[in-house]
Design a binder for this molecule. Sequence first.
Ligand code: GLA
Length: 634
Amino acid sequence: MKKNKLKKVFCGVLGTAMLCSMLPSVYAVDVPVDRTVFVSDFEDGKDVSEFTGRGGVEKIEIVTNSAHSGTSSMRVSGREKNWNGPQFLLDNKCKAGVEYTVSAWVRTEWYNQINLSMEYTDTAGERHYTNLKSVVSQGEWVEIPETKLSFSEDVKNVYVYFECNDKADIYVDDFALLVAPVHQIESDIPSLKELYSPYFKIGTAVTTSELAPQSTKDLIDKHFNSITLGNELKPDAILDRNASIAAGNDNPQVNLASAKSILNYCRDNKIPVRGHVLVWHSQTPDWFFKENYADDGEWLSKDAMLVRMENYIKNVFEAIEKEYSDVDFYAWDVVNEIWLDDGNPRQPGEQGSSGSNNSAWVKIFGDNSFVDYAFEYARKYAPEGCKLYYNDFNEYMPQKTDAIVAMANRLKEKGLIDGIGMQSHLDVNFPGVSAYKKALAKFAETGLDIQVTELDATTSDKSEAGFETQAKYYSDIMDAIMEYKDSISAVVFWGTTDDKSWRASKSPLLFNEDYTAKPAFYSIIDGLDVPDTTTSTVAPTTEASTTETTVVSSEEPTKSEGVLYGDANDDGVVDVADVVAVASYVGDNENNKLGEKGLKNADVHAVGNGITADDALAVQQYLAKIVTSLPVGE
Ligand code: GLA
């Protein structure tokens, strides 16, 4: 039942502490089960065949003249180039969209930096290289600690490899490729999306690698009902230059491959998407504005650019309709960031260094007149029901607010715009809540919808008091947002956990690195009605049944009528708590009893064989989508 009083009341440290004590929390833990994908200590001459030489000239062998553990290790000699070294293929052992760790002990015979790196090949056949970790060996064994990696569904030939700066031999021992530790999210705190469901959607932004950890997926399942792709739908991510050149000068081609992992996840879990972004001065290559898509081509005329713009927008919507017609793109940012804080357009020019005010759009059009065309084309090609937004940051700077309002009113009169996106990249010291509220009021007056599209609020003070101040600020901002709730259809945070934020050093989000909720989380739910059932959760989907998402809640008794494989603690959902329950039962079954139903539910590996560590592993692999259904191994 909803409380009458909608406005949240923040009660400071005491209020938060009381609320926390009312809401018992399951603290995040590492799940204590086998995470092994591939490990080798290179004893007994084994496993060396799993590695190949990157240069094709290297000799890879087991040797006994040096070892970190045991008596042997893998030595790679005959390297002719810096980049030569042993590589290990991941594609056939790992799944896209899952987070793994790689660790090893390494050495060279004299002073050298050894790099652990990763390579993949994209859909255009281009190879990409990323350094994951570097260590220095002066002849001694050095540890490369567990280093996280993931890859997306559109890539192939994914390798991890070791290299070093000269032709020295590289020794490797105790190599381990593991599924990354799964932190249990706090399952019994209230769900943001449920608490705010009477008012607006609560969203988050993710990039492909941010989404890879199972815990991030669990956090999103619980709290968020809108996703923005952090980078993967921006022009530089989806423009296909070779295909565009092949299609002639007018018809830019797009390829959604880089968005695949996230969009598949949204489709499988039925999470609505905010499209971001069609027309922007940033993350749009300069060649998009030039003759023949050439770096040194002439800048296009205004008319030619309009044709390109229209076709680009058309092709984006068509590609999405073709490949993801079952994903609910309920909103699109059509144009991003065309106004400076003083209410003037950006400077004409190519993309400069970060922080530059340049816009290639302004270079071609001379002013911001391209914005009306962008909305006209978006309206023409967007599917019915997809709302169109103008999006900007520092949207509370008075002259900028006014410029946005004037533009929005003009576009509204033409029937081209549905709403204004307030990015809301804030800091606890700026802007003041009253300035933010003034902008809300002016935007609401246009009669257009408002979405808060990229909310985060940084704090330089990382002490307990600093996080309480941040909580107070978040609470005040949310109070302001709630005052205008009738004009607001979504509040989207720019990220999930602090460590993954683009402003990570100033901890701007609601969740800590270990997925526990921060004071800011509690402050924005304070005063909202907490539903009786706080564990309502989206059950993990299997790849075999990707279009079916089952919403279960502890209030639904249907689960007690049959076996729900994996649900060892018999709470109606299969989640990490079940992995912990099975693992503790196996470790100490005297003291960790599973009920009669739990025992049946937990027997997911070789059914009928009793409960073993294999059952815990099977549930974990199911959650990580390494196996697609339970039971297994029958
Ligand atoms: C702007 C953009 C976002 C994102 C952030 C920084 O706000 O709209 O897409 O790039 O900057 O991460």
